[in-house]
Design a protein around this ligand. Structure first.
Ligand SMILES: NC(=O)c1ccc[n+]([C@@H]2O[C@H](COP(=O)([O-])OP(=O)(O)OC[C@H]3O[C@@H](n4cnc5c(N)ncnc54)[C@H](OP(=O)(O)O)[C@@H]3O)[C@@H](O)[C@H]2O)c1
Length: 346
């Protein structure tokens, strides 16, 4: 049996920060379905436009929704008190900020340490799972093709600072937050696992579309800004690596429960593709949206990935991805996009 399977969850409490977000909402749901008691945080518990789905999730099991803000030291103390596991998912996501230093980099590092201090104060947290991003791994000059990047790779901050690729402040924020988190965890004996997801696609209970859902649906919705983000990912990563939201949440829970996990980073990526391959797939599967493959396939775009992100470390631990094809990855996000009003209903 894989090390992560079968951990006794009865009586266990998990905290998920940022419960109204895209990934956190799905994680809260999965933890409740597995039998955990869940405490989650939002900035404004009275904002029902963002939080009504959390009230619905309370039907699945014990779910407490608490106020906490990453910008305030100690704000997460109540949420972490008495918890066995901490999933740090909330984070500033200002991909197009004009002042990345002040609006993305500094707040992300400060917030990560802030929540880790609350984990330490709680004294009950047996593992912290921090959601970072593959952006911390793979933004570096790549000569030639066939690169396979793993958890030993770090984005090259000198290159990122000099070249300022799309969302460069986000890249720096993730590298620095991870490094500070590992330093803090080591200094204070915290068992820390960092998950580095690639572009995450799939239906979530969250009622608001996040950037990755908009990007993944951009060739169907005609959202040019979101398509530019998808193209930016391909340019920076040498591929468009994707993962289904359900697999990402399964991996987060797997790593939390895994008896032997010491600490370290885990890439979460199940399919490596390109904008052109996605365009061809969508055009064939959803002809009613009239995907313009030619327009999506301008000269700079790749026919085949130049690089890949390896999740071999995660698989070696015993994890199995369930969504390994574009067909499976896009399985439920089309209906989600329609429900959110991103996609026309045909
Ligand atoms: N989606 C992807 O494809 C993807 C890929 C790789 C990594 N990630 C990482 O996964 C994490 C979650 O991303 P997501 O896609 O789920 O994004 P999201 O839906 O935008 O969620 C971000 C969450 O962070 C919360 N937040 C932001 N600033 C906060 C603050 N000062 N205090 C408290 N909460 C705050 C937001 O709350 P409000 O609603 O109040 O703003 C929201 O709940 C992020 O760290 C992101 O970098 C995502």
């Amino acid at each position: 049996m894989p090390a992560g399977a079968g951990a006794a969850v009865k009586g266990k409490t998990a905290c998920v920060t940022g419960g109204n977000g895209y990934i956190a909402s799905a994680l809260v749901k999965m933890l409740l379905e597995k039998g955990y008691a869940v405490k989650t945080t939002v900035r404004n518990p009275d904002d029902m436009e963002k939080n009504s789905h959390l009230m619905e999730l309370q039907a699945l099991g014990p779910l407490e929704v608490l106020h906490a803000d990453l910008d305030y030291e100690g704000s997460f103390d109540d949420a972490l008190a008495g918890c066995d596991y901490a999933f740090l998912v909330a984070a500033p996501v200002n991909l197009t900020s004009e002042n990345p230093e002040k609006e993305q980099i500094e707040p992300t590092v400060r917030a990560t340490l802030n929540v880790l201090r609350s984990c330490l104060k709680a004294g009950t947290v047996r593992r912290v799972v921090l959601t970072s991003a593959a952006s911390s791994i793979c933004i570096a000059p790549l000569e030639g093709d066939g690169h396979v990047l793993d958890e030993h790779s770090w984005s090259d901050l000198d290159y990122v600072t000099a070249e300022k690729p799309p969302a460069w402040g986000y890249v720096i924020s993730k590298v620095l937050a991870e490094k500070e988190a590992f330093r803090f965890a080591q200094d204070h004996g915290i068992s820390l696992v960092v998950v580095c997801p690639v572009l995450t696609v799939g239906a979530s209970p969250a009622p608001k579309a996040c950037a990755s859902v908009r990007a993944s649906l951009s060739m169907l919705s005609g959202d040019e800004a979101a398509l530019a983000m998808l193209k930016g990912i391909e340019k920076s990563f040498g591929a468009v690596p994707v993962i289904h939201l359900h697999d990402l949440c399964r991996a987060e829970v797997f790593l939390a429960e895994m008896a032997t996990a010491s600490s370290g980073r885990y890439i979460c990526s199940s399919v490596g593709t390109t904008v052109v391959e996605i365009a061809r797939f969508l055009a064939e599967q959803y002809p009613q949206y009239h995907v313009n493959i030619k327009q999506s396939g301008d000269d700079e775009l790749l026919e085949k990935p130049r690089a890949s992100l390896s999740s071999a470390k995660l698989v070696k631990e015993g994890f199995e991805f369930k969504y390994n094809t574009l067909d499976a990855i896009y399985g439920d996000v089309i209906e989600y996009g329609k429900a959110l009003g991103i996609l026309l209903r045909y």
